[in-house]
Design a protein around this ligand. Structure first.
Ligand SMILES: [Zn+2]
Length: 962
């Protein structure tokens, strides 16, 4: 039966809206507060965005059916530079961008013209995204909607910032940031192409002296200065002689540019070729000795300063380059110089257990490296570096540092060199090139006198760790990622010069950055309802107001007076905050783990008392389009609203959820969506065929199908509680089908006409379980089933109110397995049956079987031990007659699910002969059109021409087909 999805979608969305079903206020029920990262409206949503929101919606709807008062609100994040960048591109008539707006997103042309104003872009896509969310059936309380440039929100962010500053968590200082030289703005993940967080590392620059000119070498291992034998320069590279503040340096041009962003005044004097320095000597800062400057091709101009010091005992590159120099093959080395080079020997200065005196030599030889451009040198370097860092002890030639571990002495040595005035720092991106959304390559900038969130603060980190420990993280495997992020976090610039947003309250030239104004807004959903209802005026809000709502500080009457509301209203807001906070579940995509989600926790622990700390984080993976990553360049982005128009909301919701559990990538493809549609259409069709008739006195198969239904309810509820939605959906949609088929087969063979009530009950329960996932079609079917209440307002069927009937499970399992066996025999022998005879096992076998079963359940599966105990017992000693029986029965038991074994133990012996005779004859007649005879192995009068009866075992009767 084909379904008009869009009509059904609209019908139920209208009904929910009329009932205000998703408008949630505080009441006397237990609450749940579910939030999801709000969207950034610079384009419409596509299928990929739909995943996180759909998961959060299913979660909300499920908890509502479980009886909770669930608030699921939504806001829109206007803050930041990307929208600004877009407006500029529209202004510049960027053909690619405008074409995308027209063809992919179908934005009317007159609208595109308005997009030169950033707010117009945000407003347009805000409405577009909101419409999509409504069309997807998300159960959002839209009365609480806001944007981050609303006056009330800005007051809220000002309060947040002043509060953090008072706690010394926003500090002014000089710290490195990722930086776009064109925009003159710090950049983080949201500002870059491909959403990469710029990552950087700090090099120590040690300045050697060449007649007053500085030869700076950059290193991550300043301690190895004690092992320096020479300096390497690339003879082919055109270096620059530059003035750095008051000194003259020789560096690569790339380094000169990097230095500009590190608060240094740079003046280029002239270009100088690397080879000009070969053969000269420079003085090291730690001794009166000079070292030779030698040529090396492995030295790259874009790395560090473009010049390195050589520590051949501990650096494989240096060791190999020294060998190359000594070989005499290098043409830029003349014969005089070559003589001097022959005198250079590695200086060992680190002792590490398990490594030789000259570890670089050993590893170069072990790896069979023969020249300095061999890529294996990278691996060799890493291996030695990490071993020496953790286990190395500084040797006697390192003066005051002798005997110390590298990992401990590193910072001391850094400080010591810095004091000599011969050191500096150089910051470099480790994941370059990182490009800003404007297309410019990012650099590391030392930002001075800037506002930073002090995420390096140890107490703050500690508190956040404590919060994470008490939190539910789904899936739990991602927990360690949060710990790592927290440990590595450092000061983070929290102000920007351009973009939409809130001004830093004490420094109005700066705007609060977008990953700083989006971390505690869940609390604002309480307030926004009153702003939107015009019960409070956003412009009136003061810090005192927020202190009262969030902390209960000071006198409500006085504060209310100042902001022109009644004391009662203010107290109502406070109470609503107390009711809904803390956040019970925060949903987001995995890409926000290293930033937003961690900042969300950090800011909550800084600003709210412990009872209001977040309770749970749920992280999901992305959506692939027919196995491929979605991207504009691949042309495989499907806007969500287009997909809803084409397929309906529910098929999309299910397709996104059924292909993957949380962290895996989900796949969206046409076959999957068609499969889902067929399945839902079938359920819909079935709903028109059953009626809520009275359920008759239960027959064995009725008891069984209801037990199975009860099992289903338990399993689905368990999966739902763990947000294992893929698993839950499979249970609901598919797992029950084979059970239902068996039930129909059984009842048909018995020519029963009174099963409508039972079918109605099973379908009703499944539809209720489906309701959080496919809310529209579930309501439609629920209505067809004759219900006047909404499915979404019904109680979740955690239990269908029936006790699981273990005996009927054993009975039906037995009958099913006999039918399976008959079918298998027929398949193998290819005979058309004329007569079927079944033999059930005799009494002593049942006793022995139960004894073996008990052994297995007690953990005893050793066949020798089991046989011994059986023989020792009078009741079962007969197994001596048939020792093979024990082995087979043991295998029967081990091949069955543990649950079934336990049930069998509880139920004890069942009268197989009686059950098979009374329940299976009609089925055999129906399926094969033959008569069924049943004998016990012990019957003296049995028909047994092929001597089959002796093969019978409990739950495994012998079968003769003729
Ligand atoms: Zn830029």
């Amino acid at each position: 039966m084909e379904i008009d999805w869009n009509t059904i979608d609209r019908k139920w969305q209208k009904k929910w809206l009329e009932n205000n079903d998703h408008e949630i206020d505080s009441n006397n029920k237990e609450k749940k507060f579910i939030t999801v990262a709000y969207p950034y409206p610079n384009s419409p949503q596509h299928i990929g965005h739909g995943r996180t929101y759909t998961i959060a919606d299913v979660h909300s709807r499920y908890l509502r059916m479980k009886g909770f008062n669930v608030l699921f609100p939504m806001g829109f994040h206007y803050t930041g530079t990307p929208i600004l960048g877009m407006a500029k591109r529209v202004e510049a008539n960027d053909a690619e961008l405008i074409e995308g707006f027209k063809t992919l997103y179908k934005v009317p042309e007159d609208k595109i013209k308005e997009f030169v104003e950033p707010v117009k872009i945000a407003d347009y896509f805000h409405e577009e995204i909101k419409s999509g969310m409504i069309e997807m059936g998300y159960s959002i309380d839209w009365r609480r909607e806001f944007t981050t440039i609303d006056p009330a929100y800005q007051k809220f962010i000002e309060w947040q910032f002043r509060n953090l500053k008072e706690k010394n968590l926003i500090v002014q200082g000089s710290h490195p940031v990722g930086w776009c030289p064109k925009d003159q703005n710090p950049v983080s993940q949201h500002d870059t192409l491909g959403d990469v967080e710029p990552d950087f590392t700090e090099y120590i620059v040690i300045k050697f002296d060449l007649n007053g000119i500085k030869i700076p070498v950059a290193t991550l291992r300043p301690e190895t200065l004690f092992g320096v034998t020479n300096i390497w320069i690339n003879p082919q590279v055109m270096y620059q002689k530059i003035k750095v503040n008051d000194e003259i340096w020789i560096t690569s041009p790339e380094c000169a540019r990097k230095l500009e962003f590190l608060e240094k005044k740079i003046e280029v004097i002239e270009d100088v070729l690397g080879s000009d320095f070969v053969g000269q000597s420079a003085k090291a800062p730690h001794s009166s000795d000079s070292v030779l400057i030698l040529p090396a091709s492995f030295v790259k101009s874009d790395n560090g300063t473009g010049i390195v010091m050589s520590v051949p005992a501990h650096a494989p590159f240096d060791y190999q380059a020294l060998l190359d120099s000594k070989s005499g093959k290098n043409k830029s080395i003349n014969s005089d110089l070559l003589k001097n080079i022959q005198n250079i020997e590695p200086i060992s200065m680190i002792n590490t257990e398990g490594l030789g005196n000259i570890p670089a030599k050993d590893i170069v030889e072990k790896m069979g490296i023969s020249h300095q451009d061999d890529p294996k040198l990278e691996e060799a370097t890493k291996e030695i570096y990490s071993k020496e860092f953790y286990e190395g002890i500084l040797g006697d030639n390192t003066k005051q540092f002798a005997g110390k571990k590298i990992s401990e002495a590193k910072d001391e040595i850094k400080e010591w060199i810095t004091k000599t005035g011969s050191a500096d720092i150089l910051l470099e991106l480790t994941n370059s090139p990182v490009k800003c959304r404007c297309g410019t390559e990012c650099v590391v900038k030392l930002l001075s006198n800037q506002w930073f969130l002090d995420y390096s603060n140890k107490d703050w980190k500690q508190k956040a760790h404590r919060c994470f420990e008490g939190m539910n993280i789904l899936p739990n495997e991602i927990r360690s990622e949060f710990d790592k992020v927290l440990d590595w976090l450092r000061e983070r610039a929290c102000a920007r010069q351009h973009g939409l947003g809130t001004k830093v309250p004490w420094d109005k030239e700066w705007l609060v950055e977008s990953l700083a104004d989006s971390v505690i807004y869940m609390a604002f959903y309480i307030i926004s309802k009153y702003v939107n209802k015009k019960e409070i005026n956003g412009n009136d809000l003061t810090d005192e107001f927020f202190d009262y709502v969030f902390y209960g500080e000071k006198d409500s009457g006085e504060i209310a007076n100042k902001i022109n509301i009644t004391k009662e209203k203010l107290e109502e807001i406070r109470n609503e905050f107390l009711y809904f906070y803390p956040v019970d579940s925060r949903h987001s995509g995995r890409d926000l783990v290293p930033n937003h989600l961690t900042f969300f926790v950090l800011n909550h622990v800084a600003l709210f008392p412990e009872e209001n700390w977040p309770q749970e984080i749920v992280v999901n993976g992305s959506v692939l389009m027919a196995g491929k990553k979605m991207s504009k360049s691949m042309g495989n982005i499907i806007p969500l609203r287009d997909a809803v128009r084409k397929h309906g909301a529910d098929p999309i919701r299910l397709t996104i959820l059924i292909s993957a559990e949380l962290l895996q990538d989900a796949d969206f493809n046409v076959e999957a969506i068609n499969g889902i549609k067929n399945k839902l259409e079938l359920m819909y069709e079935n709903s028109t065929k059953t009626k809520a008739e009275e359920i008759p006195e239960l027959e064995p198969e009725d008891k069984w199908i209801l037990s199975m239904l009860q099992n289903l309810a338990l399993n689905v509820s368990q999966s739902m509680d763990k947000i294992r939605f893929r698993e839950a959906l499979h249970h609901i949609l598919y797992d029950f089908d084979s059970e239902l088929q068996w039930y129909l087969k059984r009842t048909k063979s018995k020519q029963r006409t009174n099963i409508s009530g039972i079918l109605h009950k099973t379908l009703s329960s499944r539809v209720l379980m489906l309701s959080p996932f496919a809310p529209h079609i579930a309501e439609e079917i629920w209505e067809k089933l004759g219900n006047s209440e909404l499915a979404s307002k019904s109680a979740w069927p955690s239990s269908i109110g029936i006790e699981i009937d273990s005996k009927s499970i054993q009975t039906e399992t037995l009958l099913k397995s006999i039918i399976d066996d008959i079918n298998n025999i027929l398949k193998v022998t290819k005979i058309s049956p004329k007569k079927i005879t079944i033999y059930t096992a005799e009494q002593w076998k049942s006793k022995a079987y139960n004894s073996i079963l008990k052994n297995v359940l007690d953990g005893q599966t050793n066949i020798g031990t089991i046989i011994k105990s059986l023989i020792a017992n009078k009741e079962t000693e007969q197994i001596k007659k048939d020792p093979d029986f024990v082995k087979k029965a043991l295998n029967d038991i081990l091949s069955e699910p543990v649950e079934l074994r336990k049930g069998r133990m509880n139920v004890g012996q069942i009268d197989e002969k009686q059950i098979i005779s009374s329940e299976l004859s009609s089925l055999v007649k129906n399926d094969y059109d033959v008569e069924l005879s049943v004998f016990s192995e012990s019957d003296s009068e049995k028909y047994d021409p092929k001597n089959k009866a002796k093969a019978a075992r409990p739950f495994k009767p012998a079968i003769l087909i003729e």
